[in-house]
Design a protein. Structure first.
Lengths: 71, 148
């Protein structure tokens, strides 16, 4: 998961690496996702999230494309 | 994941926050007054449960996500320390996990030019014009977490 300066840089990076495109979101969207995803990571009562719980986090942020399906 | 493994995991994360690095199995064995083999086995179970990531063929901790203990382009200043994120997601996750503001210095994957992001009160106030690309579909993230 990498940062890119623009769509032009994204296209060039994909072409140079021969990568199949995956999913692109803005850094602001990623910040929202990261904040929710990792918020409880240091809680003393932390437990493993279920797949459904993790999927709900993605869904709540509008990441509902099949690319974001955890199973 | 049983109570012992959760205790070990909690110790690992608290050690990371306190010391900026994860404890070795020897250090954790001393903290729990248990044989090193018990701690190594717990580390491996936590790895298998995706609660930690060990370096290949090792019981040294590679990632206690979002914190990473190998060189990457993602440097994060938060809570008075400089951390390393495994990837673009984890780098932004470090201020989130620490419930702190943060400044991320990284690079554009295409041109390697420096990019800076700043999180303040949970909001990305610098770097919000950047893009994040995820190559691997979510269902395959753990197939090769180092690549993901």
């Amino acid at each position: 998961m990498v940062y890119l300066r623009s769509e032009e840089h994204l296209e060039r990076w994909l072409a140079d690496g021969g990568w199949e495109p995956g999913a692109t979101i803005t850094a602001a969207q990623m910040n929202e996702l990261a904040r929710v995803w990792w918020w409880t990571r240091l809680d003393p009562g932390w437990r493993v999230r279920t797949v459904d719980e993790s999927q709900s986090i993605l869904d709540a942020l509008g990441l509902t494309d099949p690319f974001w399906a955890l199973t | 994941m049983d109570a012992f493994d959760l205790d070990i995991r909690r110790h690992v994360y608290f050690s990371v926050v306190a010391n900026g690095r994860p404890p070795t199995t020897t250090e954790t064995a001393a903290a729990f007054d248990r044989p090193g083999a018990d701690i190594a086995a717990a580390y491996r179970r936590l790895h298998d449960a995706h609660a930690l990531v060990l370096f290949p063929d090792s019981t040294d901790i590679w990632m206690a996500n979002p914190f990473c203990f190998a060189l990457t382009p993602h440097r994060v200043e938060a809570a008075g320390r400089t951390w390393t994120g495994s990837c673009a997601w984890d780098a932004l996750g470090i201020p989130g996990a620490l419930h702190a503001d943060g400044r991320i210095q990284s690079e554009c994957a295409c041109c390697n030019e420096r990019v800076v992001l700043r999180v303040q009160d949970g909001v990305l106030v610098d770097g919000d014009d950047l893009l994040v690309h995820i190559l691997v579909p979510a269902r395959r993230w753990w197939d090769d977490i180092g690549f993901t």
